[in-house]
Design a protein around this ligand. Sequence first.
Ligand SMILES: [Fe+2]
Ligand SMILES: [Fe+2]
Length: 285
Amino acid sequence: MTTGPTRNPSNLSNEEREKRMWEKLQKGEAIETVDEMSDEYYDNLTNLMLQQADSELAGAFGYVPWIMKAPTTEEKLAVANIVKDEVRHARAMYRLLADIGVDAESHVARHDYTLRVDLKADELKDKRAADDKRVNIFYYTIDSWTDFIMFQFCMDRGAGHQLEDVRRSSYGPWRREIERIFKEETMHVSHGDFWVRKLAFDRSTRSEVQKALDSWYPRTMNIFGKPRTSHNTLYRKFGLKARDNDEVRKGFTDEIRLRCSECGLRLPDWKPDWEKMEEDGVVSG
Ligand SMILES: [Fe+2]
Ligand SMILES: [Fe+2]
């Protein structure tokens, strides 16, 4: 982790910071400054926040072509606003990281957020395509307007379920920032829902919507990570997550199943290969 000059400004020892941290956490108080974080808490917090920040930026870049390719001028504006939201979310997250000493601008400069893979025959599943920290679903290309709205229907909804835990995070600045992000993400999900319903009830586009769901649903299911991982246990111990990965995934599945049945869409089967899956479940926007 590259850190800037503000990391541990008071020069307190790790032991002293750890003591202060547990005093606060045990009282249910939020952590507000780096002086109150142990090194381990800091590393886990910055890892989770970078995953969200990189996902927000990569997400924005993936949507950019759909400003030009959206079917109407009204939709071009809607996509432009969504891109603006995602870049704002990224900036807010990188600012929070900079506040605790992460050299966020150098991190961004080192990675290519326009990078996409086209692996129609060979899905990434839980694998990564580069060493940035985006959720791996943001490596896939969005090939059609139906893909674009299905991405919102599935991934923005999935991200919303993950961000629910951040609303209860032990890190105060992130918990406060997420509320505004959350409101905008809810609007993105509504936009996806509106269009999925519209295209699913149209005979000429129904099979295309089902096909897009068949691709994006399993990709979304893979973002949550394996059940009962050591990372998740640690995140929960620090109050950085509130639930097991599988519990978050179940909340998402229950909701999307209902939405699909309302539109007459069939939720595809998804069978996890826990043995082969990586541990991380990750946040995103
Ligand atoms: Fe979004
Ligand atoms: Fe976002």
